[in-house]
Design a protein around this ligand. Structure first.
Ligand code: FES
Ligand code: FES
Length: 143
């Protein structure tokens, strides 16, 4: 239907014109993570100051779902608190379980376009790769 078509266009736009591909300038932490099912990988760089994600950039090679998800995620988490980004990550996991997003207190931006991925179990790991890397980075930062 039309919504699926629109969502597909959003995903392809992020894949072809990734936001935040590159490196963070200044202090940052780096997380490397791969998807063991295909070997694709992401390198995520985060700059976290006083509990706020001030910058997020990524690099890596992967399918359109994984790379567009990384692009959308880095866009959505910039300027958000650690608490907020962890909440976003829970919302995203819930979306990947096929549940409706009920929380509209956080601006998920283009992320909603990935909700159709929940129908394709093999692709869910692609969509969550960047989020897992982010959670790991934030964990390390807090430790
Ligand atoms: Fe190819 Fe996930 S293994 S898209
Ligand atoms: Fe590897 Fe999608 S096929 S991350």
């Amino acid at each position: 239907n039309n919504l699926d078509t629109l969502y597909r266009q959003v995903i392809m736009d992020h894949y072809k014109n990734p936001r935040n591909r590159g490196s963070v300038e200044g202090d940052h932490l780096t997380v490397d993570m791969n998807n063991p099912t295909c070997g694709d990988r992401i390198e995520l760089q985060l700059q976290v100051n006083d509990g706020v994600v001030e910058d997020a950039k990524f690099d890596g090679e992967g399918c359109s779902i994984s790379m567009s998800s990384a692009s959308m995620m880095t866009q959505a988490i910039q300027g958000k608190s650690v608490d907020e980004v962890l909440k976003m990550s829970r919302i995203f996991s819930n979306m990947m379980l096929g549940n409706e997003v009920e929380d509209d207190t956080l601006d998920l931006g283009d992320i909603e376009s990935l909700q159709g991925v929940s129908k394709f179990p093999a692709r869910i790991k692609c969509a969550t790769l960047a989020w897992k890397a982010m959670e790991k980075g934030v964990d390390e930062e807090e430790a």
